[in-house]
Design a binder for this molecule. Structure first.
Ligand code: LLP
Length: 415
């Protein structure tokens, strides 16, 4: 069954009527398709079937515990970037040895937490971090499994805020400095070298920059091997793009095939850290039109979701399709889809041709990745509920936040 379809003019996710769901759960609400996430995972696994691959789902894209459980059941490991994300994967009973820990700013307490949990690998982003991890592991009487995240200075040709593999970015170790780190690490009893890591950016639609990065990793792999340093895995990061508007869908088959060709003859496994590819098009944000406000220059549809619920349009000028949940015969007009937040940057979509009436329900598409996870309570707006659809059933997987939840931490401080 396809993720979104229309029956009798009404939008469905899998077998669930989204208007009924909105009636029952309220708006704004994030709704995710379990079927979509499973089929994306299967497609990626199939694309890489020629390679010994571990898919480490990037928790940051959508960290709902029920989403993490779904991927754990499919056999995924996880890519985390904080102690908080580690607590999430432990909360669903995932095996910590299948978890990789990325991020430029790992605190000592987070490193200790990960070491005690038995983390699979630390992806190291600087010489100072490598030293800190060696020290913390030494103090705990253990050896930390490490991979150096190299920055290959490759342009991922994506939005500058989500490009990470250029010299100008804060991420990784310049690739020509990596060898010295590996040689230093080899001498430390509290470090165990296991991999090489790289992640050049997100929403990459073409395989070329990713393969260029892989070639850089392979050259380093050769240099390490000749130096007697053994590597168990190459972590190629995430970054595989999705179609938001009319971009071609990222070709995982071609990517997987090219990776397999390049790895022929090498005894090394591959880790992938996909987030968006697995979840973006699994999700919609359901919102209701509160007011229609026609102006001299622009028409505004003021909806009950805002930039605090979905910040991607405001932050990255991102495009999200806006679909009417129930079709009717009002005239098509051009609309700015905006929220109630007191900022002119508060928009979900701009200049969309839609037939709208007050009270209509809209589905903001491709909202399953970097949607809810980036939500805030700005303007003291409770965060949306999250719902997981599976075939013709659905389940609330995070209850709607209440104002009581938001103010509780301050109320206890009132004198
Ligand atoms: N691995 C690392 C080390 C990362 O930094 C990221 C994403 C991923 C994996 C997953 O990348 P993906 O497969 O999802 O492209 N908030 C932005 C996206 C930020 C991505 C940050 N890092 C957005 O809404 O577009």
């Amino acid at each position: 069954m396809s993720t979104l379809s229309r029956a009798h003019g009404r939008l469905h996710m899998e077998g669930v009527d989204l208007a009924h769901l909105a009636e029952a759960v309220g708006t704004p609400t994030y709704v995710y398709s379990a079927g979509h996430m499973r089929s994306r995972y299967a497609r990626l696994a199939e694309g890489f079937s020629g390679v010994d691959t571990r898919i480490c789902y990037a928790v940051k894209a959508n960290s709902n515990l029920s989403v993490l459980s779904l991927f754990a059941e499919l056999g995924a490991g996880f890519d985390i970037v904080s102690g908080g994300e580690l607590q999430r994967v432990l909360a669903i009973g995932a095996d910590p040895s299948g978890v990789v820990f990325s991020g430029v700013g790992k605190r000592a307490d987070e490193i200790d937490f990960a070491l005690k949990a038995g983390i699979g690998c630390f992806n190291i982003e600087s010489a100072s971090e490598l030293e800190r991890i060696a020290r913390q592991a030494h103090n705990l009487g253990t050896a930390a499994p490490v991979a150096v995240r190299v920055n290959p200075d490759i342009d991922a040709k994506t939005h500058p805020y989500i490009s990470t593999g250029l010299k100008a970015n804060k991420f990784g170790v310049p690739i020509d400095e990596a060898m010295a780190l590996y040689r230093w690490a080899r001498e430390q009893a509290s470090l165990r070298i296991i991999g090489i890591d790289c992640h050049i950016g997100s929403q990459i639609v073409d395989t070329d920059p990713l393969l260029e990065a892989l070639d850089a990793l392979l050259a380093l792999h050769d240099a390490l091997t000749s130096d007697g340093i053994e590597i168990e895995h190459l972590d190629l990061g995430g970054g595989m793009g999705v179609a938001y508007q009319n971009e071609p869908d990222f070709d995982v088959q071609a990517y997987g095939r090219s990776v397999a060709q390049r790895l022929a003859g090498r005894d090394v496994a591959v880790h992938l850290e996909p987030g968006r590819y697995l979840t973006a098009n699994a999700g919609v944000l359901l919102t209701r039109v509160e007011y229609l406000k026609r102006g001299a220059e622009k028409n505004f549809a003021i909806v009950d979701a805002a930039m605090n619920d979905l910040i991607r349009p405001a932050l990255y000028q991102a495009w999200h399709d806006v679909l009417p949940v129930e079709e009717h015969d009002a005239a098509q007009e051009r609309w700015e889809i905006v929220g109630p937040v007191c900022e002119s940057g508060d928009f979900l979509a701009s200049g969309r041709s839609l037939a709208l009436k007050e009270g209509d329900l809209l589905a903001v598409a491709s909202a399953g990745a970097y949607g809810f996870v980036q939500a805030s309570s700005y303007n003291t707006r409770p965060k949306p509920a999250e719902v997981l659809v599976d075939d013709d059933a659905y389940r609330i997987v995070r209850r709607r936040e209440t104002v009581r939840d938001i103010i509780a931490l301050e109320q206890e401080a009132l004198s």
